[in-house]
Write a protein of this length. Structure first.
Length: 68
């Protein structure tokens, strides 16, 4: 972790986003700024959103949550 740059959290709320989540995560990882974490919150998706997000576990925290 680089102490000179602020640590940021990128929060991505999802619900059945398997068609978009991988491109979203890849895009974030391609950025030059690296002092971050990604938090994917999922509202009980019925597709492969969570499975895809977990492939990026080195930078991604996946939180399953109840639909509000």
């Amino acid at each position: 972790m680089d102490k000179r740059k602020p640590f940021i959290s990128i929060i991505i709320p999802t619900l059945n986003e398997e068609g978009y989540i991988e491109n979203c995560l890849k895009s974030i990882k391609r950025q030059s700024y690296k002092n971050y974490e990604i938090i994917v919150t999922d509202a009980k998706s019925k597709d492969k959103t969570v499975k895809i997000a977990k492939k990026y576990a080195d930078k991604v925290i996946v939180c399953k949550r109840a639909h509000i």
